[in-house]
Design a protein around this ligand. Sequence first.
Ligand SMILES: Nc1ncnc2c1ncn2[C@@H]1O[C@H](COP(=O)(O)OP(=O)(O)OP(=O)(O)O)[C@@H](O)[C@H]1O
Ligand SMILES: [Mg+2]
Length: 303
Amino acid sequence: MRNGSPLKKKIWATAGGKGGTGKTVVTSNMALLLAELGHKVILVDADLGSANLHTCLGVRQPGKTLSDFIFSKDVPLESLAIDTPYQNLKIISGSNDRLSIANMQHAQKTRLLRHIEKLEADYILIDLGAGTNFNVLDFFLRSDMGVLVVMPEPTSIENLYRFIKSAVIRIIKKNLPPEVYKDIKISIDRYGTNQTMDSLIEVIKEKEGVFGYRIKEEIDNFTPKLIVNQIRSSEEAILGPSISEITQKYLGVRLDYIGHVSYDDTVHLAVKNFTPFLLHSPNCKASIEMRVAMKRLLAKNTQ
Ligand SMILES: Nc1ncnc2c1ncn2[C@@H]1O[C@H](COP(=O)(O)OP(=O)(O)OP(=O)(O)O)[C@@H](O)[C@H]1O
Ligand SMILES: [Mg+2]
């Protein structure tokens, strides 16, 4: 992840592997909380192909969206940032986009990332959507803080695990000469399941020296944050720490458990009313838990 000082602009990215866990709802409410604190926030809907962040914030489908930037050299990214009904909060929409994030070419992705980094804001929050394709992983790995939203269901946990494992493999691939990676790739799938990822890194260190140490360092710096959303019982509340434990053991990744947000009908109602749930029902359980999670995220932000 990017090394940023606490005073510099911060890029946060939200992902989670599976669809429907609450990534967009959580991201829009996180953005609102940051904006309420007086920070200038830009939300970027990079869930190209299924963008709906604007709807959660009650913004009509904007005329211009990310495609206009991606397919034209004359459309500055900042010109796509439109006002939301909320002070300090702007959005760059991905609605109606002509391509999906999975199909974005390398040059398009690098240019978009470069321009996102140049946007004038205190915080830039990127909603990445579902999936584990290379582009989603690269956006996530380039952020200052990656937030993962999981649901207490085996399918969601499985996809989350796959997402983190894919991110580790992406780090390994990026740091190895292609011919070396080709040899490792054949057996890479058994790591993180039968054997730990740490044991693979040890093998790489032994064989490839400096490349292995670089990979280890990058994986040590990769510390995504975890929010368990839509929990329905106190038993489900202990899921977060267990997921972190398993991730550390098998993937060698420190997954920082931030907290949970309960399943709450008011969240559903808020979405139906095109309003962030923190404003729709400021005192509901989900709102209270979201504020606690945000406090913890901000505390991590300055570490
Ligand atoms: N804490 C919650 N309590 C109740 N319902 C929730 C909660 N979080 C999310 N939902 C419901 O789940 C729906 C999907 O949420 P959201 O669109 O944020 O998921 P997503 O992970 O962004 O999905 P996608 O992968 O399709 O982008 C919401 O419309 C809302 O109705
Ligand atoms: Mg979404």
